[in-house]
Design a protein around this ligand. Structure first.
Ligand SMILES: NC(=O)c1ccc[n+]([C@@H]2O[C@H](COP(=O)([O-])OP(=O)(O)OC[C@H]3O[C@@H](n4cnc5c(N)ncnc54)[C@H](O)[C@@H]3O)[C@@H](O)[C@H]2O)c1
Length: 361
């Protein structure tokens, strides 16, 4: 088993990675003196595919909320329904929330845990590749509101993250692709060594080769954990994790969530690469070399129409902006990221056109 500690002092927690790990969930909870009374927030598809797991942790209709994982359900309505169910189950501070699902379940479940009784213990059990490599670690929780992604939320760290790679066997191919999309972000922001390894192993990860999947998760979680330790509340360095995301979040909303987060991240990275070139941070040869990294995704993502002015105005609502200015995370080289770049509207619109045209189908 791989164990990575996110050492946030009084909020420190372990991320455990192993096949079959959820079979030992109770003993991992006991070892950490966490309350053994569970309230379960579970993704609908996970519940359907893993009924034995729910029986194992004594999840019944009273202490379980089943979430239909759509971006539109990452909402106040869902949050309220979860809180109602928690109150109905007489949930006290002496309970632990288990958020079992992808990034949507983890984000809403974590936010529900952070706001119930001013915060109760919670464990992330990511069941998608995307949630395993990224969203389950770092403590960003929240919901979408007013056509803006993740605008309402909190920084609230889990008490444990249990990554069981068995879950990925029932994932649709499209969802594996989404996880690889978020991994591609790590290929740009971490190091040349990881980037080279990832490019060489993309097919293995897509085929769910265990060694490659575990290495990809461990490397990204280790990197993300270190970034979060040095800047938990995103006042500086943590912004590197948003590479491609200012574009991606706007694309998700403008496309009415018909494109998934992991896919939007790849398109967002393409736009960020064009903007980095347009603003002279990278020369043309490097732009072309970097675009090759996302080349395999061109066949797999399609955005046929878009409204670039609407995209620009959605970006203006991004919570990472300061004093009304849109701030971009751009790139000079692999592992050399430029934060808070204020680009002109003309350059942003140019980059949107260039980036999105790669995926015109
Ligand atoms: N908090 C963070 O730091 C952070 C980071 C990245 C992304 N996110 C958020 O994560 C969300 C995307 O997460 P996601 O890609 O995991 O999407 P998701 O939660 O929508 O899950 C994707 C789909 O896979 C299904 N599913 C989940 N596990 C399954 C399994 N084991 N077998 C079969 N089907 C399964 C779900 O029902 C859903 O249909 C977005 O809302 C994004 O904003 C958050």
């Amino acid at each position: 088993m791989k164990k990575i500690k996110v050492d946030l002092k009084e909020n420190a927690y372990d991320v455990l990675i192993r096949t079959g790990l959820v079979n030992t969930i109770e003993s991992e909870v006991r070892k950490r003196n966490l309350p053994e009374k569970f309230f379960v927030i579970v993704d609908k598809n996970v519940k359907k595919n893993y009924p034995k797991l729910l029986r194992q942790i004594d999840a019944d209709t009273k202490n379980t909320y089943t979430l239909n994982a759509y971006e539109k359900n990452k909402s106040y309505d869902t949050l309220q329904a979860i809180h109602k169910k928690m109150i109905g189950a007489n949930l006290s501070r002496n309970s632990t929330i288990l958020a079992i699902g992808g990034g949507i379940t983890g984000d809403v479940g974590g936010f529900a845990a952070s706001t119930y009784m001013r915060g109760i213990k919670y464990i992330q059990v990511p069941t998608t590749l995307l949630a395993a490599v990224d969203s389950s670690v770092g403590g960003k929780t929240g919901i979408n509101f007013n056509e803006t992604k993740n605008i309402i939320g909190s920084f609230y760290q889990p008490d444990l993250v249990l990554i069981d790679t068995n879950f990925f066997n029932t994932l649709p191919k499209e969802e594996i692709l989404c996880g690889i999309g978020e991994l591609v972000k790590y290929a740009f922001i971490t190091s040349t060594k990881f980037s080279r390894w990832l490019i060489k192993n993309i097919d293995n990860i897509f085929a769910l080769d265990e060694r490659s999947v575990v290495k990809a998760i461990a490397e990204s979680v280790r990197y993300k954990g270190d970034v979060v330790i040095s800047d938990e509340k995103e006042s500086g360095l943590r912004k590197v994790l948003n590479f491609g995301h200012t574009f991606a979040h706007a694309i998700e909303v403008e496309q009415d969530h018909k494109i998934k987060h992991g896919q939007a991240v790849v398109v967002g990275i393409a736009c960020a690469l064009y903007l980095s070139h347009r603003t002279h941070l990278i020369p043309e040869a490097k732009l072309n070399k970097f675009l090759k990294i996302i080349e395999p995704f061109k066949e797999l993502i399609a955005i046929r129409t878009y409204d670039k002015n609407k995209l620009y105005s959605i970006m203006g609502r991004d919570k990472k902006n300061v004093s009304g200015k849109i701030k971009f995370v751009l790139i000079k080289d692999i592992g050399e990221i430029v934060l808070d770049y204020e680009a002109s509207k003309k350059d942003v619109l140019y980059s949107l056109d260039k980036g999105l045209s790669l995926f015109a189908g």
